[in-house]
Design a protein around this ligand. Structure first.
Ligand code: ADP
Ligand code: ZN
Length: 421
């Protein structure tokens, strides 16, 4: 389909979805009434900008069941996001929604190069988190064999990989980094394994980290994006070109906005990504603000797909650190650290309150270099690189390999001690 054909389908679906939301969810009806619009007012895709945004707090304010558009008997499943701060965000699915989600995830696998003959080892967490079951259902739908190892028990994870000859590994990039170390400890040479593709997502990771994972595990490492509110994983995925993540445009209408003014930006301009789910029954989401910052690219991809692409997510608007007046994302610091050969992959950014905001970066030295380099000199080099590229002044602390706590799920890169005071 051409972009124009896709846009036509999206408009039809959008109009149906906004009516579904207006007719069945008092929250949306009130929101539209307050804004003085009716579903019938949306006649073109430009009119979409008239529809009010939905934000995470709207879901929290209507905890637990407030945004449901179907009778509760028709809800087949719920998930909830980790809810590290306060009320969890509950998401609900009808049978049809689960079916759509499975298809989207199956498409993601296939787009990334996974085939029905593959053996998929799924090390994402099963439970309220959408990762485990999302990757599980998609693999079942595609018809692969699936090994639901879930997170944890790394020794068993490695054993399964070896004995079952798993060919696809699904987990967070942080866990993939941890597995690389664990394989070394267990004296397993990655070339003994059969893994050929990694499906890594749920958190930002840099191209340098990708290179490291690909080289260490002898695999192709594919990026996949999603969030609980948008079914879970399966919103967008890389094709083997690894040049942006294809967003499934027959399910997600994507816009980029200026996070401060809410103004719609042109494709190619960096901003906050906003999604509308085009067929969700149980919990319609209209113009949902993700807080993720990226660029959308509508140019046809070399793979032939015309689904638009999110050029890699670099961070979230709420992740941005302001240190001594400089705006910086943890991923920018990561890019620089990973590019320094003598350093390992594990780092932490600690923010302290002093007279000026003080940035403290702890980073492990690579095991190959530990004991062989002059630490003071290396710290000086790291500090200079951060200063040159990001104009950041940081206190660098080099640590012995293995010191920073490893994670099975998403990494916690930033420790902000400023708020506690
Ligand atoms: P929670 O962590 O609150 O349970 P989710 O698991 O739904 O919520 O996390 C969704 C968020 O994870 C996204 O908004 C985005 O910030 C991040 N994320 C998911 N996939 C990727 C990816 N491939 N690259 C970068 N960030 C990602
Ligand atoms: Zn492509």
């Amino acid at each position: 389909m051409s972009k124009e054909e896709i846009r036509k389908v999206q408009l039809e679906m959008f109009r149906r979805q906004i009516k579904h939301a207006y007719d069945n969810v008092p929250f949306y009806r009130k929101k539209f009434d307050d804004a003085g619009i009716k579903p019938g007012d949306i006649k073109t895709l430009e009119d979409v900008a008239k529809v009010p945004f939905t934000v995470k707090d709207d879901l929290r304010d209507h905890y637990p069941y407030g945004i449901i558009a179907v009778p509760i008997e028709q809800v087949n499943r719920m998930h909830a996001s980790s809810g590290t701060t306060g009320i969890p965000t509950v998401v609900t699915y009808t049978k049809k929604d689960l079916d759509t989600w499975s298809n989207l995830m199956a498409r993601c696998y296939s787009c990334a190069g996974v085939e029905p003959k593959d053996i998929v080892q799924n090390a994402y967490g099963y439970g309220l988190f959408t990762g485990g079951l999302g990757f599980h259902m998609g693999a079942e739908r595609l018809g692969t064999m699936i090994i639901p190892t879930a997170t944890g028990n790394t020794k068993r994870q490695i054993r399964m990989m070896k004995d079952m000859k798993s060919t696809v590994l699904c987990c967070t990039p942080s866990y993939a980094l941890y597995l690389i170390e664990a394989l070394k400890e267990e004296n397993v040479d990655p070339s003994e394994l059969s893994i050929r593709i990694g499906m890594f997502g749920a958190e930002p990771w840099s191209d340098e980290t990708r290179k490291h994972i690909e080289k260490s595990l002898h695999i192709r490492a594919q990026d996949l994006y999603g969030m609980s509110e948008l079914y879970g994983p399966g919103v967008a995925v890389e094709c083997p070109e690894q040049n942006g993540l294809h967003i499934w445009a027959d399910e997600f209408l994507v816009e980029t906005i200026d996070p401060d003014t809410g103004e719609v930006l042109l494709p190619g301009e960096k901003g906050e990504i906003v999604f509308t789910m085009l067929s969700r029954e149980a919990m319609p989401l209209l113009r949902y603000r993700t807080k993720d910052l990226a660029v959308i690219n509508w140019e046809k991809c070399a793979c032939g797909r015309s689904h638009p692409r999110i050029m890699r997510i670099k961070g979230r608007s709420d992740d941005m650190l302001i240190v001594g007046g400089v705006n910086v994302f943890p991923s920018q610091i990561e890019d620089i650290l990973v590019g320094i050969e003598e350093l390992g992959e594990q780092f932490q950014i600690i923010l302290e309150t002093t007279k000026l905001d003080n940035l403290h970066v702890q980073v492990e030295v690579s095991p190959h270099f530990w004991g062989k380099v002059d630490l003071k000199e290396l710290a000086g080099k790291v500090s200079t690189r951060l200063q040159e590229s990001l104009t950041l002044r940081a206190r660098i602390e080099l640590l012995e390999p293995g010191t920073i706590p490893r994670t099975q799920g998403k990494a916690k890169r930033v420790i902000d001690n400023r708020k506690k005071i």
